[in-house]
Design a protein. Structure first.
Length: 147
């Protein structure tokens, strides 16, 4: 069996040096691009955690649960289990000045839902805008990030 020396690989009868260099360059660039793309995927997973969702039922007797504790970044979904429309809005009535962003604006009909994502720590008291009662609900948002 004949042995081939390294210098013999680049003769006219075998692979040309330019092709070898081009192939090596393509491999290096491909690995570099793949590494950059992988880092972007990991960074996106770290900076954009999945949002947790919590459900509050609107009933004829109030909200279930009446007080809810959630982490920052979690979403609360209110589900209307009554036969009447409701409008979730922050206290106090009628101006909702404690947290104007928490306002479904449109009526939530029977079996319909309204969702809101809480992005800041705090205690948010809400009510049904259509009914002047002391029947309030409360969302306590702590500073632990949602998963």
């Amino acid at each position: 069996m004949a042995s081939i020396k390294f210098g013999q690989l680049f003769t006219k009868k075998s692979i040309k040096p330019g092709l070898v260099l081009a192939a090596m360059l393509i491999i290096i660039v491909s690995l570099f691009v793949w590494t950059i793309a992988s880092k972007d995927d990991v960074a996106q997973q770290i900076t954009q955690p999945a949002t947790e969702k919590f459900v509050v039922e609107i009933t004829d007797t109030g909200y279930l649960p009446q007080t809810l504790e959630i982490p920052v970044g979690a979403t609360v979904e209110w589900v209307n289990k009554t036969n009447e429309p409701h409008r979730i809005a922050a206290n106090p009535q009628p101006d909702h000045s404690s947290f104007p962003a928490l306002d479904s604006v449109e009526p939530i009909g029977p079996d319909a839902t309204y969702s809101f994502t809480f992005s800041a720590k705090g205690t948010y008291v809400y009510n049904n805008h259509y009914v002047q009662t002391e029947n309030n609900g409360e969302v306590k948002v702590n500073d632990v990030q949602a998963n």
